[in-house]
Design a protein around this ligand. Structure first.
Ligand SMILES: C[S@@+](CC[C@H](N)C(=O)[O-])C[C@H]1O[C@@H](n2cnc3c(N)ncnc32)[C@H](O)[C@@H]1O
Length: 622
């Protein structure tokens, strides 16, 4: 729900990919959402290393995340429509919080933190958690987490959610899971700090603070309406605030720092909040975290099931919405919450408590020039193209975001299949998407898993409710080589896509000895006649001009027997020119691969190769 910068998304992707064989994809998928588009870019950048076709990155307010529910108004139902609503097996709500759990790594928080921060975020946290639960299948689990120790952002949110769900959601006892993780039970009782006083119950909240200190922040919850109805002494409390002994004057000026010495017994929450996990810094030298696992055992009560946006959208035909309408819908739907939050919370806290490491310039607009440097020398000079901000595109439903379009150009797809010898058992139909509706100008083609394909189809049918900033694995890129304009196939395989498609390629493949492979990585460009293995030079000359793949030969094959592609296969993309092979891998990746190759050949010598680990450009070894 709140996924950027993406460390947990990366872990989730690792989990779904862990038992996948080379050349196949997991059944599962991850939708990673964040409100902040810049931070979405960070997430896209971080997860690029996973080379996954099973990820969709979206840019919504989590509390209004679209449900993409098909109803009878949606006439454009795609053929092969497998799902009629977005419902998840697992949801992670790692919500924005005041971040006091990161005090050790963000020392300036000592100065900035105040109790108003958590109170300003509480409502948003509840709304995000409720939306997460409504997107969860019955039987599914949701994790609610923060990096705060503040009960108002933790147990109070969980308790309020449980109250609103009325038995349809249970707090799971996970005390026997991850036994090595030292944790403390959640709190059952706490007080609310406001303007120098400690409030025990919502009955203590003076009238003029009731828009800020909500009943749901207290262990037993409650309602201010009840207090008004029950018009005895409680109602007077707020009116008598001018003489209140708790130290607040009527204008809200704090007069004493001492806790309120309230005679009433502390409120205790009825829910089993001890099932929540508290991780504190001094237990195992970490930051502080709060984690609660919720199980949806039945549909939520009807009043809690839908986001405001969905309720509005049910009465509007999505395809008829103008862009402005769509935008306004998004903005208006959150007004109440954001107004409240912004009163108390500095923007950087709302956005995250983790340090913003870098400002990425990558745009969600896909066709912007990428920073890749793997172009061979013969490829057109990309620098000629304007790298600055592109004109906003208004093509799909969402302003500024290129549309996601299924790529169906059969002539191109067939030419790719024929050139690389990719058989029908590698499905391309319906798995290829672009971010450009003009097929003749498509530069990049992305591969999506079946699960992602199903969600994209649903999204089309419901009028593109999802604002998708990134989807799929870059698989094919248009080739614009000057020398290779006569190359029979207009598309080369991208280094990210190569590991997935490699087991299915039967043409344009060479196997090189470690000596020749090393030479390619070192020199980047080797004439056919200069290979140590003359047969390699001959085979290279016999390939069609254009992109080809060179696989490191592990020396265990006979002349006819080709090694199978597995996790340890090392392969690189090259350009077969008139008289030479040119490596199409970044200099950094060449260096990394060289180091790996040397380790494989001679572990001692390989270990001494100096590889600059500061680069993010990790090798693309399959
Ligand atoms: C604690 S961080 C998430 C960290 C992330 N889960 C990770 O592991 O890298 C909170 C995120 O919530 C995002 N955010 C804040 N308000 C949001 C909202 N209303 N909807 C969605 N995301 C929101 C912020 O941009 C920020 O990236």
């Amino acid at each position: 729900m709140c996924a950027a910068p993406g460390s947990k998304t990366f872990q989730l992707l690792e989990i779904i990919h862990q038992s996948t064989k080379p050349g196949s994809l997991p059944d599962g998928m991850v939708i990673a959402n964040d409100l902040d588009v810049q931070r979405c870019n960070l997430l896209i950048h971080q997860t690029k290393r996973m080379c996954t076709a099973n990820l969709i990155v979206t840019n919504h307010e989590a509390q209004n995340f679209p449900g993409c529910r098909l109803n009878r108004n949606h006439e454009r139902i795609e053929p092969d429509q497998h799902i009629s609503q977005l419902l998840f097996d697992r949801v992670l709500c790692d919500v924005p919080c005041s971040g006091d759990g990161t005090l050790r790594k963000a020392p300036d928080l000592w100065r900035k933190w105040n109790s108003g921060m958590g109170q300003g975020l509480h409502s948003l946290q509840v709304l995000i958690a409720m939306r997460g639960l409504s997107l969860l299948k019955v039987g599914g689990r949701m994790v609610y987490s923060t990096c705060s120790m503040n009960p108002i952002e933790n147990e109070a949110v969980v308790a309020e959610v449980l109250r609103r769900c009325g038995g349809s959601v249970e707090l799971v006892d996970v005390s026997s899971e991850l036994p090595q993780l030292i944790r403390r039970p959640g709190l059952k009782s706490w007080k609310v700090h406001d303007k120098g006083t400690w409030l025990v119950s919502c009955k203590d909240v003076p009238k003029y603070r009731r828009s800020v200190i909500l009943p749901g922040m207290f262990p037993a919850g409650g309602s201010y309406q009840e207090l008004v109805d029950n018009s005895n002494c409680n109602a007077d409390m707020g009116d008598n605030i001018g003489v209140c002994t708790n130290g607040n004057s009527e204008d809200g000026v704090q007069t004493v720092e001492e806790p309120l010495t309230h005679q009433a017994a502390e409120e205790v929450c009825d829910f089993p909040l001890e099932h929540c996990m508290r991780i504190v810094p001094h237990d195992q030298n970490t930051g502080a975290f709060f984690i609660a696992v919720l199980l949806k055992v039945a549909p939520l009560p009807a009043t809690q099931e839908k986001s405001k946006t969905e309720i509005v959208e049910q009465n509007v035909e999505p395809l008829n919405l103008s862009l402005e309408d769509a935008r306004a819908l998004q903005i208006n739907s959150s007004e109440g919450v954001l107004e409240e939050v912004s009163k108390a919370v500095p923007e950087e806290i709302l956005n995250d408590t983790e340090q913003n490491t870098e400002d990425l310039e990558v745009s969600p607009v896909e066709e912007q020039d990428s920073k890749e440097t793997e172009e061979p020398p013969i490829v057109e000079n990309m620098a000629k193209k304007v790298p600055s901000k592109r004109k906003l595109q208004i093509q799909g439903r969402w302003r500024g975001v290129d549309p996601v379009v299924f790529f169906k150009d059969e002539a191109i797809i067939n030419s790719i299949r024929a050139f690389y010898g990719i058989g029908e058992h590698f499905p391309l139909d319906g798995h290829l998407v672009t971010r450009n509706s003009d097929a003749s100008h498509v530069k990049r083609i992305y591969y999506v898993s079946k699960s992602v394909k199903d969600v994209l189809k649903l999204n089309f049918s419901v009028g593109q409710q999802l604002k998708i900033t990134s989807v799929g694995l870059k698989m094919f890129e248009r080739q614009s080589a000057q020398e290779g304009t006569d190359a029979p196939c207009a598309f080369r395989i991208s280094s990210e896509g190569l590991p997935l498609v490699l087991p299915y390629i039967t043409k344009q493949i060479l196997h090189a000895s470690s000596e020749d492979f090393k030479r390619l990585l070192q020199d980047k460009d080797v004439k056919f006649a200069d290979f140590a293995d003359a047969k390699l030079g001959e085979k290279a000359a016999n390939l069609l001009p254009g992109y080809c793949v060179v696989i490191l030969d592990r020396g265990n094959r006979s002349a006819t027997e080709y090694p199978k592609v597995d996790e340890s296969t090392i392969a690189i993309g090259c350009w077969r020119g008139r008289v030479r092979l040119t490596v199409m891998v970044t200099a950094m990746d060449c260096q990394e691969l060289l180091a790996r190759l040397l380790i494989r050949l001679d572990p001692e010598k390989g270990a001494s190769v100096n590889v600059d680990k500061s680069s993010n450009n990790v090798g693309d070894e399959p």
